[in-house]
Design a protein around this ligand. Structure first.
Ligand code: ZN
Length: 228
């Protein structure tokens, strides 16, 4: 049973999304690669009512192309605009805040970093709760955001529901749901995809491959390498 439900209405642009390379708007930016919606049109949907393991999809994101693919399917990670500012040396030797500008869409490097943190947590789960706790202790900002409410549940009467502010926060809550269970998440030694192992799943607790085929493939590849 899940400890809480995730209550988020999010949106997708029916006209799709496109990459905007850093510096493509001249000196004004954006300072880093971004992904923006192709139009202002939005279709509302409830990602966490339909996708049980969206956090695993996000954890697979390793490149800018992966991120664009994710956004095309599930929408931006947070609502734009974002603001970009930095400190610069001023005329009188003081440091001033400048370069504040609005950018559309989401920063590619920022969300590639977030996806990497998701992978790091999933791999730590294998090493036990102390390892997971160690992550959250050193990344306190990771879990911030959202509201806790109570909602009706036909089987228990009532349950906790979290209302995230945006998709990235919802993904973090869904990741947390997976951390409470006894299911182990592991990266396949052959293809690198995350899979669930242990009771209630298709594979044994100590499995290191997502499926039989990949175990066979990996070992036959290793053998052919060793023959040389
Ligand atoms: Zn595999």
């Amino acid at each position: 049973m899940k400890a809480f439900s995730i209550d988020l209405e999010w949106f997708r642009c029916p006209d799709g999304y496109r990459p905007v390379p850093g510096g493509s708007m001249g000196r004004d930016g954006p300072p880093m690669d971004r992904i923006v919606a192709s139009s202002d049109r939005t279709d509302a949907y409830r990602p966490f009512d339909h996708f049980d393991s969206l956090y695993k999809e996000f954890a697979k994101v390793k490149t800018a192309d992966d991120l664009l693919g994710f956004v095309k399917r599930f929408g931006l990670l947070e609502t734009s605009p974002e603001y970009d500012a930095d400190f610069y040396p001023g005329d009188d030797g003081e440091v001033v805040l400048g370069g504040v500008s609005e950018y559309e869409g989401n920063s590619v490097p920022e969300y590639l970093t977030q996806a990497r943190l998701f992978r790091e947590i999933l791999l730590r789960k294998e090493n036990g709760p102390k390892s997971v706790a160690g992550f959250f202790r050193s990344h306190k900002e990771f879990g911030i955001g959202g509201r806790l409410t109570l909602v009706a549940n036909p089987s228990t009467g009532v349950e906790f529901a979290v209302t995230p502010f945006d998709l990235i926060q919802g993904l973090k809550f869904q990741l947390a749901q997976s951390l409470f269970g006894s299911t182990i998440i592991r990266a396949c030694r052959c293809c690198g995809e995350f899979f669930e192992a242990g009771p209630g799943t298709k594979v044994r607790k100590d499995a290191t491959f997502c499926c039989r085929e990949h175990s066979v493939l990996y070992h036959s590849h290793k053998r052919s390498k060793g023959d040389r």
